[in-house]
Design a binder for this molecule. Structure first.
Ligand SMILES: Cc1cc2nc3c(=O)[nH]c(=O)nc-3n(C[C@H](O)[C@H](O)[C@H](O)COP(=O)(O)O)c2cc1C
Length: 170
């Protein structure tokens, strides 16, 4: 069976981020799918390891970075993003902006996170605009994760089984 490669991108570096549990859950679900390979890309690692390139000419389009290597192989990406002040995290934009041609015509799946009732919907809508700017194709079906702080118990088990049944996992 032909394999497609879809990395899961954890889009926040915030300490104590709830999004990490969601990204790891989704990553686990992806690993169960035959015909799909994945890896977890943590934007926090790129910040800490200083593997984000400088902006502008001479950026990652010319110099190799781990993100460039990953994205060159990817058939698409799934972004897990929280909503901060009605937008998505700046560090996620830095990661995305560090490349261009590697994204062309590839799908971008989106999962939004919040600890309130809207599930990161405004961050997700903004990322759809960014997808267009990157020549990516935003997947119309998005997953929203309201009250993300209550979605996993202390042992990391999901508390809402129905979350895993949402269409992006099917
Ligand atoms: C700087 C900041 C701004 C935030 N702004 C919003 C917001 O605009 N809308 C919202 O629903 N939640 C907002 N939140 C709460 C997040 O929904 C909450 O942190 C949630 O757990 C998801 O993000 P996390 O992965 O950082 O934990 C904000 C959180 C932070 C840290």
């Amino acid at each position: 069976m032909e394999q497609i490669f879809i990395p899961v991108v954890l889009g926040t570096a915030r300490e104590g981020r709830e999004s990490e549990a969601v990204a790891k859950f989704v990553f686990g679900e992806f690993q169960k799918h035959e015909g799909l390979t994945t890896e977890l890309v943590d934007v926090g690692d790129h910040l800490r390891n200083r593997t984000l390139p400088p902006y502008g000419k001479g950026g990652a389009d010319e110099v190799g970075t781990p993100w460039k290597e990953t994205m060159s192989r990817a058939d698409g990406i799934l972004i897990v993003s929280p909503e901060y002040n009605r937008g998505y995290p700046g560090e996620l934009k830095m990661l995305l902006d560090s490349l261009y041609k590697e994204y062309r015509r590839k799908p971008m799946g989106l999962i939004g996170i919040s600890d309130g009732p809207w599930g990161g919907s405004r961050a997700v809508e903004q990322l759809k605009l960014v997808a267009a700017g990157l020549s990516m194709v935003a997947v119309p079906t998005t997953v929203h994760t309201p009250f993300a702080d209550k979605l996993f118990d202390e042992d990391g088990h999901i508390t809402d089984e129905k979350y895993g049944e949402r269409s992006i996992f099917q």
